[in-house]
Design a binder for this molecule. Sequence first.
Ligand SMILES: [Zn+2]
Ligand SMILES: [Zn+2]
Length: 489
Amino acid sequence: MALEQWVNLNKKPDYAEGTPLPRLGTLRVRAKFKKDKLTTYKWKIVRTDGVKYSKKERTRNRRFRLFKGGARTNENKTEIRSTQDFNLPAAGGNKYKAVATCNRKEVKSAEVEVRRRLWYQVLHMSGVKPLSIAKKLEDAFWNPGKKLFIESKEAGSKASMKYLKTIWDVEVKSPDLEFTSTTHTHGMGNGGDFIKAAKKAWEGKKKAPYAYALAFVNYITTSTEATHTEEVSFNVPSKLAKWNWGGDVIEVELGELLWWDLVPEDDKVHSWFVGGRIVFIEKGGKSSARIMLDRKNVRPSGPNYGAHGGKTRAKIRLTGKDIDRNFFSKKDGRWFIKLTVRTAGGWSGGFAYTYIPLIAIATRSFFDDTGDDEQLATVMHEVGHKIGLAATGVGPVPDKTGDLYGYPKGSGDDRGHWGPHCANGAGWDGSKWSGTPKCVMWGANGYWDAAAKKFVKRKAKFCPNCEKIIRKLDLASQTLTITGFQKPL
Ligand SMILES: [Zn+2]
Ligand SMILES: [Zn+2]
């Protein structure tokens, strides 16, 4: 069996975990000579198995290059141990041998096989269950059948962090954040509180820059604003499903998830309600009334949207003074209602900060639990981003594939997503998706197929092209600190 060489790690005791102790970083080769006669010998490293980097890749990153060889002498010494360090190329599963030639005699070293290693720590908001996908995550990046060989080791014990019911309004369009689905946002959120809470529970400091935190959280959504207008005749029974007239109470179906059941402090002050009015115009325009709506008189109502809450209706109570006018019960006419509300506009399964090693995974979305598969897909996707997927062919990452889209960010090829992603299996006609995304690096957790009337979900699998790229990825500290691990958490 070949010796394992963990090429991405520096030779530091903090990274030397395991039995037997792992061989870290550069490959150290020693030569011994029996005689003290001055001799010249030649070194070279040969690849005995594995993937080959393209010329472009080798130009962009020296860790994609193989040392060609060189000559040395034994310096006229007896029993000399000549030591030399070689950088092996980054690709997982590649095999090499060192070959020394002296007086036409060739000596070969044992075979060495390349491995990479990263650390992770599972954090979870208190009360949020971290689903047992850690093992699946480890398998997804190790995958001996595909020779991905990125080992994932725990950087600390599972730790609980401060509970925030919802992470919201983190600035999606800033370059240090990546959402797995398209979202629009405004206002300030609590992303800073989330980072602070994660920092407190983080134990991976010593493993930097090779470690990331995987934080299991409750909801991730954005606060958006929606204006709802509706016009109805007072005595229209068919509208009663949407409109209930209880003498002084109207119930309106808004068809959107209100900013409710998400942030307890916001619920207390009913911040979901921005403003509104009702205008009544009597038939023939004989008279009219205008009622400005007040936060005191509106409440979320109707059935829960999901297992954990969520409202789409608003109940409006008209105050005594309004009722005293007696317009509504005695006169024929039309009502015009206008409500402006905050809504939960964009739900996300998770996101990764680009500069710091922190990934958030939502365990609930749309007021329901998300399944293991979806969480695993989100973790694979976000970790994938942090280590260089989908490959852009720029800087220290491997060449891009024909399926790359969304790069550079905001270049006009976003296809409704955000960031560099892989379109393998999925079609894009300029306005909508079709087909079946074959890659977990596709840019959202699914899309609505209007023709088939179903939600097409992304799978928790890397496509074969991205698997090849994962093999090639350079995860050395110098590269990680210019890609997804720039600053410590
Ligand atoms: Zn993404
Ligand atoms: Zn792919």
